[in-house]
Design a protein around this ligand. Structure first.
Ligand SMILES: Cc1cc2nc3c(=O)[nH]c(=O)nc-3n(C[C@H](O)[C@H](O)[C@H](O)COP(=O)(O)OP(=O)(O)OC[C@H]3O[C@@H](n4cnc5c(N)ncnc54)[C@H](O)[C@@H]3O)c2cc1C
Length: 466
């Protein structure tokens, strides 16, 4: 990815003094080699160095760290509490409860890490508000909240409607449930901060070093154009790019865009909306709207489920301004009338890796004992990638712990249909969801066929941002 830089990354790079890390040239040796310089790769590197400072850790990134999803996401830092039902179904009650708690703790630990290392990334631990903006969605979180409560895990409270409207900053809100277990962040400053700390801790980072081949074996060899790493352990943290490296992952994820716009800074108008500072707000649709304000008084609004990639391959559009800019700008004006005339200064989008369960999966590559991977965050990766780091560092260090024994390290939990059926099916379901949401917004009952098709997406585990 070069040329175009999404707003967050451009902003982060403008305030940074760090020079790009050099590309890898020649042979090097490593105890652990990590491919991918997003949150997953960097948290893995940091957690290895924290536990085993003497390990030689090499990280290869095809562009610059943060060029992928980590430098361009919505910056909503969420737990897995809303996934409790799916977690129970996949891993059983005890492990589901452990994962929900760990996902909440991850948010605390990210906060502690950015404070300890003075990462200036607008991390605000002000909670998350799930809203309903159509009558059809009022009460849609009741069942999962009841389940969480039954197991002593509930952190949500239903707000009075006026309060939900006030905090969400919009009269479109019809209901809202709030949890303090959520945060917002300037995502690119976070990932660039992790990169800085990783380098300070001795991780050797090579940027502009796309991996072109991996020779599996007892000691895997990872090749880039003009060099190679021979390593004891290899961690693949390439997220939506995994099908490009290994065809066997093609049916484990759907690669789909989430699209975003951000306004000029207008702090005086922010106060008029009432939108609570640092609060992550998400509505309850399948293709969710998500938004938050920034420290300098902008509003960022995103929406998932737009551009689908055939065969889960990268599309140029994922690294361009959003084709949905105008509809997002219009939606932003409808959510926040005081901002209706405020210019949108940037739009962008990016590839999200949607798994069949709506949860990431981790594992060992095709039985290779020393090659590990993790992907499939399904639009909720900012917080959970910290757990990705705990899982992958535990695997790379050969530890026997709750992470390496978890069902979440046993690979993909399902496969999407082969092409062309998956692509055709994605477009069919996308169309049905869009029509259903339009009908619900207008207070009409959606067509029965549209409801049935839309349920296919929900049945596979609702994602957070796609
Ligand atoms: C537009 C968008 C909005 C989102 N909004 C939110 C949100 O608000 N909240 C939330 O929790 N989650 C959100 N997500 C999801 C979240 O951003 C991701 O789950 C998370 O960033 C994944 O981190 P990662 O390190 O696994 O992947 P990435 O950050 O994508 O990192 C993978 C890296 O691998 C590199 N790479 C790929 N191929 C190679 C190769 N061959 N050699 C070397 N390097 C390679 C890439 O350049 C990239 O830097 C969003 C995602 C997108 C795309």
């Amino acid at each position: 990815m070069r040329g175009f830089r999404p707003f967050w990354l451009e902003q982060a790079l403008a305030s940074e003094k760090a020079a790009p890390a050099p590309p890898l040239a020649g042979p090097v040796r490593a105890d652990v080699c990590i491919v991918g310089g997003g949150y997953t790769g960097l948290w893995t590197a940091l957690q290895i160095k924290r536990q085993a400072p003497a390990k030689e850790v090499v990280l290869l990134e095809s562009d610059i760290c943060g060029a992928g999803a980590s430098g361009r996401n919505g910056g909503c830092v969420l737990s897995w509490a809303t996934k409790f039902k799916t977690l129970c179904r996949l891993f059983g009650l005890d492990e589901a409860a452990r994962l929900v708690r760990a996902s909440e703790q991850a948010i605390d630990e990210i906060g502690a890490f950015v404070r300890e290392h003075r990462i200036d990334c607008d991390f605000r631990h002000e909670g998350v508000l799930y809203t309903a903006i159509a009558n059809a969605h009022v009460g849609s979180t009741d069942a999962v909240i009841a389940d969480l409560a039954a197991h002593g895990l509930n952190s949500y409270m239903t707000l009075p409607v006026d309060e939900a409207r006030r905090r969400s900053g919009t009269v479109r809100t019809l209901a809202g449930v709030y949890s303090s277990r959520g945060a917002t962040v300037q995502p690119a400053r976070l990932v660039r901060g992790l990169r800085r700390v990783a380098m300070e801790m001795g991780v050797r980072i090579y940027e502009n070093s796309p991996v072109v081949a991996i020779e599996a074996g007892v000691k895997p060899r990872v090749r880039v154009a003009r060099g190679a790493v021979e390593t004891d352990k290899l961690v693949l943290a390439v997220n939506a790019w995994m099908p490009e490296l290994f065809k066997e992952f093609e049916r484990t994820i759907v690669v789909v865009s989430s699209d975003m716009v951000v306004t000029e800074p207008r702090p005086e108008l922010l106060a008029q909306t009432g939108l609570a500072a640092g609060l992550a707000v998400l509505d309850s649709r399948t293709f969710v709207y998500y938004y938050h304000s920034t420290e300098d008084g902008r509003i960022m609004l995103g929406k998932g489920g737009n551009t689908f990639a055939y065969r889960a391959r990268m599309l140029p559009v994922f690294d361009q301004p959003s084709p949905y800019r105008d509809s997002l700008a219009q939606a932003l004006g409808e959510f926040f009338p005081p901002y209706a005339a405020v210019p949108v200064v940037a739009s962008w989008n990016g590839p999200s890796d949607r798994s069949t369960s709506g949860l990431p999966f981790f594992g060992r590559l095709r039985g290779h004992h020393s090659i590990f991977y993790g992907l499939g965050y399904s639009g909720n990766g900012v917080g959970p990638s910290y757990m990705g780091g705990q899982i992958l560092s535990s695997l790379a260090l050969g530890q026997d712990n709750a992470w390496t024994m978890s069902g979440i390290v046993r690979g993909s939990r399902g496969h999407f249909p082969p092409e062309p059926f998956r692509y055709a099916g994605s477009l069919l379901v996308r169309g049905a969801i869009r029509r259903k949401e339009q009908a619900e917004d207008a207070g009409r009952v959606p067509a029965r066929l549209d409801r049935a098709l839309a349920r296919l997406a929900d049945a596979a585990g609702k994602a957070d941002h796609d």
